[in-house]
Design a protein around this ligand. Structure first.
Ligand code: AGP
Length: 608
């Protein structure tokens, strides 16, 4: 989704802004731009398309200065062209604004400003902010921004510079993440820590309602009444190397191959093999709290929602607590049954997904305890939840989530283990699960070692137009996730179903052109899924079967086989999802698709 970068200091800002924008490319965008104070006026350069186009525009008409802001835009209001790209200038050119989020009362404000004679040059909601700040300016940029924000309804992360108060960047946040990068004699602003990590590890995360006034040697955070707010400086503890490709052709491939380590990191220091339980420091739930839980709601979007479905099965199986999995976008607009004995688990890789954040706030408002399972440290969900379990999967840059998914399932398994051991689960069973979790990293490596076989299957099916993914029990969510991966990055239509559900409709689609991926390890429902594979073969469908043994029952039914190691049924989706990720990846690459930044998608969806 949109990205914001800002710089103020002794260095030429343009290359720093471009570098920051490049680091945020993974978030997804369709235009980009920069605005700089060059000592006399504010200069803006923008371009539709990739950052290379912006660089070309700057090369054709160079611009520099020591105060600047930049933006990558993911279109919401108005087409993704140059005139709608940010930054937007006020009518007299004295104010430049970049904005993430949506101004809900933009058309009302636009009408009022037009009545005052302001002429709009874009179709965006953001342009109203630039004109408003110009209109309300009375000597201090932060005061003008605060006055403007009081008139605005909606969500924003903004950065503003002005030629009438040039030695500062004013930023504000409501619903869209922003942080200050604290340097030595220079300061940064960014919507994503990766944009500034090459220059500083010291960051100040802004909260909703914060306004930051950033100058070369100092910064301050104030509220919308201009009263000072204390804000801590945090330290980012991951490395630049983690957000670089390190020899892999794509971030997605790197992240798929990182899974032995990322899963290990999710468990590190938490898995108690001897006691058959897990130690989770950030839960903020006492023994009594864990016993008081009557029901659990897990809310999430996309891939995180798929991991939530596995969580539901895990918790109900082991801890015997009723669980409902809710699309975050639906949860907040209905009347869910939430009591003070409800635990709301919030799953999010980014910790910034707007729907998920809003669902968490709604659950809190209704009295539930909230528990965030989040990857990005310091993200909004992680800061607002009542307790949390960080995934520690490391930065995930590819838009298609891979290592975060497997770490989410592992984190859910750890939480379930702890919860279940506090309730009815025996130590013997707890140990068995803990041992199986412990074995996962090496087993994932075994699957990864078979990547060439998956690539060969991808070659065979790269021109398919449809795919079905079928699984049962714990592997049904893995089927959904496999289908989503393929759709997202290869643009092939794919559907995931519980395998037995196929005969209630999708079976009509089966013919010799329909590849069907079955997740059929040797588990409790193996015999059942064999029947479903027979149903497909009987209709000339082509089968790609992920299985864990040389099963006589499968002979003659498999056109293409992918073997995975055996584990407990409940952990099987972790191993099964790895070849599904690889299959989607190799197919997308062979079709020439833009794997890390698929069309129309954003890494973190910070608008509703
Ligand atoms: C995953 O491949 C997707 N790009 C998407 O579905 C994602 O999982 C979803 O937007 C939720 O994101 P979050 O986990 O950061 O909240």
């Amino acid at each position: 989704m949109c990205g914001i970068i800002g710089y103020i200091g002794p260095r030429e800002a343009t290359p720093l802004l471009i570098e920051g924008l490049r680091r945020m490319e993974y978030r997804g965008y369709d235009s980009a731009g920069v605005a700089l104070w060059d000592g006399e006026a504010i200069e803006v350069r923008r371009a539709a398309g990739k950052i290379a186009k912006l660089e070309a525009a700057i090369a054709a008409d160079p611009v520099d200065g020591m105060v600047g802001i930049g933006h990558t835009r993911w279109a919401t209001h108005g087409a993704p062209n140059e005139r709608n790209a940010h930054p937007h200038l006020s009518a007299d050119g004295s104010v430049a604004v970049v904005h993430n989020g949506i101004i809900e009362n933009a058309s009302v404000l636009r009408g009022a400003l037009q009545d005052l004679g302001y002429v709009f040059r874009s179709d965006t909601d953001t342009e109203v902010i630039a004109h408003l700040v110009q209109e309300l300016f009375d000597g201090s940029l932060e005061e003008a921004v605060i006055h403007a924000l009081r008139k605005i309804e909606g969500t924003y992360g903004i950065a503003v510079i002005s030629s009438r108060d040039p030695g500062k960047i004013v930023a504000a946040r409501k619903g869209s993440p922003l942080l200050i990068g604290v340097g030595n004699g220079e300061n940064f602003l960014a919507s994503d820590a990766s944009a500034i990590l090459a220059h500083t590890r010291q960051v100040v995360y802004l909260d909703d309602g914060d306004v930051a006034v950033i100058e070369r040697d100092s910064y301050r955070v104030i509220d919308l009444n201009a009263m000072p707010l204390p804000r801590d400086v945090d330290r980012i503890d991951w490395d630049l190397a983690e957000i670089e490709r390190g020899g892999y052709a794509h971030f997605m491939l790197k992240e798929i191959f990182e899974q032995p380590q990322s899963v290990e990191n999710t468990m590190r220091g938490r898995l108690m093999l001897e006691d058959g339980t897990a130690k989770l420091g950030g839960l903020n739930l006492s023994h009594e709290d864990l016993l008081r839980i009557d029901n659990i709601i897990i809310t999430a979007c996309g891939t995180s929602w798929h991991s939530a479905l596995i969580g539901e099965l895990l918790i109900e199986e082991l801890a015997r607590i009723p669980v409902e999995v809710e699309y975050a976008s639906e949860f907040r607009y209905r009347n869910p049954i939430v009591t003070e004995r409800t635990l709301c688990i919030v799953m999010s890789q980014s910790g910034e997904t707007a729907d998920t954040l809003a669902a968490m706030r709604e659950a809190k408002r209704r009295g539930a305890r909230t528990l965030g399972l989040v990857n990005v440290v310091g993200s909004t969900i992680a800061r607002e939840d009542d307790g949390g379990v960080y995934l520690h999967a490391g930065p995930e840059i590819g838009v298609a989530s891979t290592k975060a998914f497997t770490s989410q399932v592992v984190a859910l398994a750890l939480f379930t283990l702890k919860l279940a051991r506090k309730r009815d689960l025996s130590v013997v069973r707890g140990r068995e699960i803990a041992q199986a979790l412990h074995a996962l990293p090496a087993q994932i490596q075994e699957v990864l070692d078979r990547a060439p076989a998956v690539e060969a299957i991808a070659e065979r099916f790269k021109d398919a137009t449809n795919f079905l993914y079928l699984g049962r029990g714990f592997n049904f969510p893995a089927a959904l996730e496999g289908a989503l991966k393929l759709k997202e990055i290869s643009y092939i239509h794919a559907e995931g179903y519980p395998a037995a559900e196929m005969k209630h409709g999708p079976i009509a689609l089966i013919d010799e052109h329909m590849p069907v991926v079955f997740i059929a390890p040797h588990d409790a429902v193996f015999d059942k899924i064999v029947s479903n594979i027979q149903e497909v073969k009987a209709r000339s469908g082509t089968t790609i079967v992920i299985t864990s043994r040389d099963e006589p029952a499968l002979r003659g039914l498999i056109d293409h086989e992918i073997r995975i190691p055996e584990t407990l049924d409940m952990l099987m989706p972790i191993l099964a999802s790895v070849p599904l990720q690889l299959l989607a990846y190799y197919i997308a690459v062979k079709r020439g698709a833009h794997v890390d930044q698929p069309r129309n998608l954003a890494k973190s969806v910070t608008v509703e």
